[in-house]
Design a binder for this molecule. Structure first.
Ligand code: SF4
Ligand code: SF4
Ligand code: SF4
Length: 161
């Protein structure tokens, strides 16, 4: 039997594997895992404390701890250049997605994700005789993860666009 966490269950992830989200400005996965020396300098540099290490000792983002402010401290700290911040380049292609577990989908009023979003990327569409429905504007969403932890039912997922 596959053992999955409650969070994975609520997100509909039954694979037993958690998707790995590398820090912003990370090289593509194969190049990243080859370049990263596991020094943990990025983990220690992050003022938000959202970077943790995976089972291989390489950094991943844990949005349960908070959001990325795109301050760039992690990339600045990365001497082996597994993280490379380039002028005008997006930090990553992550976008937030709202799953069916969302309580508003089940007619319960909730705006926790929208209240948390620093760029107002979550709109609430009014519904007749029903709770307003959240919709993410993909063009505005930076993938910062600020909406992730506040969701009371873990209905938000961050995934590559
Ligand atoms: S950009 Fe800043 S807040 Fe985001 S992971 Fe890097 S150090 Fe942390
Ligand atoms: S600073 Fe760079 S090399 Fe060191 S753990 Fe972070 S990504 Fe890997
Ligand atoms: S990931 Fe950030 S920008 Fe995107 S919807 Fe959530 S809070 Fe807003």
């Amino acid at each position: 039997m596959t053992d999955i966490s409650r969070r994975q269950f609520l997100r509909g992830d039954f694979s037993g594997k958690k998707a790995v989200i590398r820090p912003p400005w990370a090289l593509a996965e194969t190049a990243f895992t080859a370049a990263c020396t596991r020094c943990c300098d990025c983990v220690n540099a992050c003022p938000q404390h959202i970077l943790v290490v995976d089972r291989n000792g390489q950094p991943t983002v844990d949005f349960d701890r908070g959001e990325c402010t795109f301050c760039g401290k992690c990339a600045e700290a990365c001497q082996p250049r597994a993280l490379q911040k380039k002028q005008g380049e997006a930090p990553w292609q992550l976008k937030a997605h709202i799953g069916n577990g969302c309580v508003a989908r089940n007619n319960v009023v909730c705006r926790a994700c929208g209240d948390a979003c620093p760029v107002q990327a979550i709109r609430f569409r009014p519904a007749v005789m029903a709770a307003a429905q959240p919709e993410i504007e993909a063009e505005k969403c930076t993938g910062c993860g600020a909406c992730f932890a506040p969701c009371p039912v873990s209905a938000i997922r961050l995934a590559q666009a």
